[in-house]
Ligand binder design. Structure first.
Ligand code: ADP
Ligand code: MG
Length: 244
């Protein structure tokens, strides 16, 4: 039996007296691409944030590559280094050029030399189709290019797992495709990915599994053709009727 990339068991999260995750269970296998869909406020971001402990679970267990994140003795910084996170907002450092954005954490967190960090950064910039933009500043790039830089920055840390939270939601429609294209390439290369998205076409084509969340619970999960094509739960059907 291989170790799961992510194992979530009985995960609950409350903010004050409001419970936003109401007992989530699922597993992501190595190399698997799981898309999480669901209405706004259903707990998708909170779920992702519990996977890298940006939020602390109220109860339940989250295990990443065999390490129990809820164990008080866990070296969370060490685990987090192996998890790449890409947000709706690109969060690039505006005063650093693209290459510097890609090397700063490699050097400060991983202790890589300037040369090694630069080499890895250039490899990843090429991977996202921006080999010639290393000396540009974020403000000189389109939103789609900035998001591709953010993906390259995450990849430069050598993650074993990538988490995406609505990575294309802040983009003008004509720029969405270039970012999804990069994500598709990553998926094809075997990266383990958990992607919160409203891009149903991407979910249908790229996901191995689709998880539909509503009101803090997983309502339905399965193969994309089943969940998106012939959903069994009425809440999934009404959500899809609104977004498709
Ligand atoms: P989604 O990503 O599916 O839109 P979220 O996980 O962002 O949903 O939010 C789920 C619920 O939790 C929402 O009602 C939201 O207002 C609430 N919430 C999220 N973060 C916090 C927080 N830090 N404090 C209080 N409530 C929060
Ligand atoms: Mg969200």
């Amino acid at each position: 039996m291989t170790t799961a990339a992510i194992e979530i068991q009985g995960l609950r999260k409350s903010f004050g007296d409001r419970e936003v995750l109401r007992g989530i269970d699922f597993t992501v296998d190595p190399g698997e691409v799981v898309c999480v869909i669901g209405p706004s406020g259903s707990g998708k971001s909170t779920l992702l944030r519990c996977v890298n402990l940006l939020e602390e679970p109220t109860s339940g267990k989250v295990t990443v590559a065999g390490t129990d994140l809820t164990d008080p003795d866990v070296d969370i910084d060490r685990v987090r280094r192996r998890i790449g996170m890409v947000f709706q907002q690109f969060n690039l450092f505006p005063h650093l050029n693209v290459l510097e954005n890609l090397t700063i954490a490699q050097r400060r967190v991983l202790g890589r030399s300037k040369e090694e960090a630069g080499r890895i950064a250039r490899e990843n910039l090429a991977k996202v189709g921006l080999a010639d933009r290393g000396s540009s500043y974020p403000a000189q790039l389109s939103g789609g290019q900035q998001q591709r830089v953010a993906i390259a920055r995450a990849l430069s840390m050598g993650p074993s797992l990538m988490l995406f939270d609505e990575p294309t939601s802040a983009l003008d429609p004509e720029l969405v495709g270039e970012v999804l294209g990069v994500m598709r390439t990553l998926a094809d290369e075997g990266m383990t990915m958990m992607v919160v998205t409203h891009e149903m076409g991407f979910a249908r084509d790229v996901a191995d599994r689709v998880v539909f969340m509503d009101d803090g619970s997983v309502v339905e999960e399965g193969r994309p053709e089943d969940v998106l094509g012939s959903p069994s739960h009425p809440r999934t059907r009404s959500f899809l009727a609104r977004v498709l």
